[in-house]
Design a protein around this ligand. Structure first.
Ligand code: FAD
Ligand code: DLZ
Length: 517
């Protein structure tokens, strides 16, 4: 018998069990298909990154002696859908079964499940590229009333031994160094330039292809600078550890009007596509602390994102899908403001976050959470509309990681299952953490009037609208205390200001049909 080994675009890892366990006669297959590029309108850089990385990966597999089938997007016989392409190619090579590493997204997992009794037969193999398997996560979750990332993270630290001492206690005698982190942005800041990867012939061909087929999607291809091979990804990792990690913790929450990447790793695209393993990334960070080149608060803060948040959101996704996607506990019902697809707004923080997204298929965590996310939360944007946007526009976006972050962390649409309180904030937060407000046409100190920062009235109106769901939350007590001390005239003025603002916003009719940049 002869298997077809299917490698999906985010499974570009040479030691995947489906590959290491493949018999000599196996055919390994990768497919570029329209369907995956269009189920949301992915940013052209994301599609170019994946197609180029897939082509380089196929080349590396051939060099290792595998027999590889590669379907290019514009091949005449391409069925343009992953499942039908796999079944077509299996027949072409006389393969009796199709083996695939379990997909990261429920959408595909469900479709494959439903084809299991077909011929050729589909087999799904567990994805071993995570610290915590789904069975382990489910066991951890079982019997717990409330989940908190911090508890999960401490368990993961103990399990892996990362940043633990000989007695299995946390290094530095603390689990968490957040108190030392989260400094606002200093005036004169010079973050390191990311390494430059000149697009080679293969990447240039892919960019032309993407321009032809997906040129109408939001986002530019110009300045494409993502790693498309494992070698380039390792280069980015080493560069980050040396030049940015020593400041990562300090400025983790800062937002700059000029510097999109600040001291962030820019590694999520490579990690999620499989070019890097999370363990090697965490070990590189730990080693840099051990040899004295990086302070503990930076190393711990960074490892927590990968060992903690990344694993935690994946566990939550698989534990709760498909129902999780339907949650909308705050009953948010607005469409996405149209400027998310154009950047055409006078609000400087939003404009810059969206422009950076358009130019790099990237915005860092705090821009996603506290600028575009916070604004959508305060406006009451429908989870589905916002999730589709986040899934489309970022280099690293796959539903397993995007959905819990957007629906849970940003929109609180799961009623506090993932995060203990909504990350809602007024303009004051953005002013403290960024240098946007000095350059904005709105006055962050004002809440009422034509030039008042819209975040301010929206913030109070949001709190007022959701008093019933949120006022009982211990962590919101202080802020509801302030709301309740406010005079009714002031509350009314804020409410009117917010409603007027929401009424004059343009909203997209449906995703992808807006006026794209
Ligand atoms: P750094 O800030 O340098 O962090 C290091 C690594 O930690 C990242 O590469 C990533 O692998 C991991 N990480 C950090 N925060 C998170 C988190 N909250 N959840 C999971 N992993 C995390 N991340 C994605 O990988 N894909 C997504 O689709 C995605 N969607 C998001 C949507 C929203 C609304 C929000 C608020 C966050 C989202 N994130 C997503 C998490 C985070 O914003 C990105 O991982 C991070 O910005 C990637 O940039 P970086 O590599 O420079 O990260
Ligand atoms: C995101 C993406 C895109 C744009 N295109 C392809 C593709 O043509 N072929 C492919 O195998 N994978 C692609 N992907 C990644 C898949 O969407 C991803 O594997 C699933 O969402 C499961 O996580």
């Amino acid at each position: 018998s002869r298997p077809l080994i299917v490698i999906l675009g985010d499974q570009l890892t040479e030691d995947l069990p489906v590959l290491t366990g493949a018999p000599d006669n196996a055919v390994v297959a990768l497919f570029e298909v329209e369907e995956e590029g269009r189920y949301v309108p992915h940013h052209p850089q994301k599609i170019a990154f994946l197609f180029s990385a897939m082509r380089h990966f196929a080349q590396a597999l051939r060099q290792k002696g595998h027999q590889v089938h590669y379907t290019c997007l514009d091949d005449n016989d391409n069925t343009q859908d992953l499942i039908s392409e796999a079944e077509r190619v299996a027949t072409l090579y006389d393969c009796d079964d199709i083996r695939v590493t379990s997909p990261g997204e429920w959408r595909l997992f469900d479709r494959i499940q439903k084809r299991r009794s077909n011929t050729p037969t589909w087999y799904m193999v567990t994805d071993d590229r995570f610290f915590c398997s789904q069975e382990e996560f489910n066991q951890w979750a079982q019997g717990r009333q409330r989940f908190r990332m911090e508890h999960f993270y401490r368990w993961m630290r103990r399990e892996t031994g990362l940043l633990m001492d000989e007695q299995n206690n946390p290094q530095g005698e603390r689990w968490n160094f957040d108190q030392d982190n989260r400094k606002p942005l200093p005036r004169d800041i010079h973050p390191p330039e990311p390494p430059q990867h000149q697009p080679d012939q293969m990447t240039r061909e892919v960019m032309a292809l993407v321009e032809t087929h997906f040129g109408d999607h939001f986002g530019t291809l110009e300045g494409f600078n993502w790693p498309v091979t494992r070698r380039q990804a390792l280069n980015d990792l080493n560069h980050f550890i040396k030049h940015a990690l020593p400041f990562f913790g300090d400025y983790q929450d800062a937002i700059s009007d000029q510097h999109p990447f600040l001291y962030h790793a820019r590694l999520s695209g490579a990690l999620n596509a499989g070019l890097l393993r999370p363990l090697e990334v965490c070990q590189a960070a730990e080693n840099a602390w051990r040899d004295g080149s990086v302070p503990l608060n930076c190393t711990e803060g960074f490892i927590r994102q990968i060992l903690g948040w990344r694993e935690y959101v994946r566990g939550i996704y698989w534990l709760n899908m498909p129902g999780y996607k339907q949650r909308n506990d705050l009953k948010a019902d607005r469409n996405l403001p149209a400027f998310y697809w154009t950047g055409d707004t006078d609000m400087r923080c939003l404009r810059r976050a969206i422009e950076m997204t358009r130019d790099h298929a990237y915005a860092h965590h705090i821009q996603r959470l506290m600028v575009t996310g916070n604004f959508a939360l305060l406006c009451g944007v429908r989870p589905e509309a916002l999730c589709d946007w986040y899934l489309a526009v970022y280099i690293d976006a796959y539903e397993w990681v995007e959905l819990p972050n957007t629906l849970g962390m940003v929109l609180y649409a799961d009623g506090g299952y993932l995060g203990s309180k909504p990350y809602c904030a007024s303009g004051k937060y953005i002013d403290r953490m960024s240098d946007h407000c000095q350059q904005c046409r709105f006055d962050v100190k004002k809440s009422i009037g034509e030039d008042a920062c819209p975040f301010n009235s929206l913030y109070w109106y949001f709190l007022e609208r959701h008093e019933k769901q949120l006022a009982g939350n211990q962590r919101m007590k202080l802020i509801y205390g302030s709301l309740n001390k406010m005079s009714s005239d002031k509350r009314e003025a804020l409410r009117e200001q917010a409603i007027r603002f929401l009424d004059q916003l343009d909203y997209e009719p449906a995703y992808g049909q807006g006026d794209h940049l």
